[in-house]
Design a protein around this ligand. Structure first.
Ligand code: PEP
Length: 243
């Protein structure tokens, strides 16, 4: 059985068009140097989307898009804009879009259905805020069930990311025990590749990727520096050959 892990980087509102190009070039070189032949997913800001030509399997995805081909949706991008760069991967349900931008589950489900219809690979994020975690396991389970409402959990191009809100960008990573326990709950609800996200970095990625039921990592802060991203890929590659 392949021990390959899925590694993805979410730039959020970081990097320019020029620095993204430099990043992709350096990542392409770095992946070749360490012999990393699997796909790596990058989600740059909308202004930096491009059809980068790389030797390594770097897949570019959109952090967000509106469920439309084109139209009057000020500030949004649709299929026409993504198609210009042959982008077929989108991130949906990230906690910052849920909690800062106020996206409802109904809207998120509508986006999901639309991009599924277009055959996109969908990275779908779920995860509980601190007060829900503190309310206990059953409260967390119920919260995660709600975040899967209206989502076709059998979609073959779906990758799920469990990202506890209290661990995102805070430096506080969930413990391996908590990741394992929560991933087991999610796997019962949705049997798709399941990544962990929340303050993953070079110093902890090994223990995160070793968690039973963890199929990879979605990384924010620690992936913005390309050398740090390459270090994490190297660790993932080493684990693959260890097993
Ligand atoms: C994210 O936003 O998807 C994320 C996991 O961020 P960070 O790694 O910074 O916690």
């Amino acid at each position: 059985m392949s021990n390959h892990k899925i590694i993805a980087s979410n730039f959020k509102t970081n990097h320019t068009r020029a620095s993204t190009r430099d990043y992709v070039e350096a990542l392409d070189r770095g992946m070749r140097d360490i012999g990393y032949s699997e796909e790596v997913f990058l989600f740059p800001p909308a202004t930096a989307l491009d059809a980068f030509e790389t030797e390594s399997a770097i897949r570019i995805g959109a952090q967000n898009a509106y469920p439309t081909v084109k139209g009057s949706f000020t500030g949004e991008i649709g299929l026409e804009q993504l198609g210009e760069f042959a982008i077929e991967t989108v991130l949906i349900g990230h906690s910052e879009r849920r909690h800062i931008l106020g996206e409802s589950q109904a809207f998120i489900a509508k986006k999901f259905a639309w991009f599924k219809e277009q055959g996109f690979t969908i990275f779908y994020c779920i995860g509980e805020p601190l007060e829900v975690r503190e309310a206990g396991d059953e409260a967390v389970r119920r919260y995660l069930v709600e975040q899967l409402e209206g989502i076709d959990t059998g979609y073959e191009k779906l990758v799920v990311a469990y990202e506890p809100v209290w661990a995102i960008g805070t430096g506080k990573t969930a413990t391996p025990e908590l990741i394992e326990k929560t991933h087991a709950v999610i796997k019962r609800l949705c049997d798709r590749p399941l990544l962990y996200g929340g303050s993953v970095k070079p110093s902890n990625i090994e223990e995160v990727l070793k968690v039973p039921g963890c199929d990879g990592a979605l990384i924010g802060t620690a992936s913005w520096e390309v050398s740090s991203m390459i270090s994490m890929l190297e660790i993932s590659e080493k684990l693959k050959t260890e097993n």
